[in-house]
Design a protein. Structure first.
Length: 100
């Protein structure tokens, strides 16, 4: 057996680290640019303000209210998110009242 094949079966190799342990590498969290968060919020709020009734069907409304808005607002400061949330909820209340 030559030297390279002997290395394949060496017993003195370092032990593998724990796959889920504390020694794993920390990944950097993705942080979107502020304008990429604000732009969709502005577009959705403008569509809501311009509408007499909901501009989206029920599935899209549910997606935006329960997933998109919280996700986008989660990337803003608490103060800015509160302002956007208040504007979105005010328009949602207006549109909900017209749906009755």
């Amino acid at each position: 057996m030559d030297g390279t094949q002997a290395e394949l079966f060496a017993t003195g190799k370092p032990e593998q680290g724990d796959l889920f342990g504390a020694d794993t590498v920390q990944r950097q969290q993705f942080v979107p640019k502020r304008e990429h968060v604000i732009q969709p919020l502005m577009e959705m709020l403008a569509a809501m303000r311009a509408a007499q009734s909901w501009p989206w069907d029920e599935v899209q409304m549910d997606l935006k209210r329960n997933h998109v808005w919280p996700h986008l607002l989660g990337h803003l400061t608490a103060e800015e998110a509160a302002l956007w949330r208040a504007d979105l909820e005010a328009e949602a209340a207006r549109l909900d009242s017209t749906a009755l």
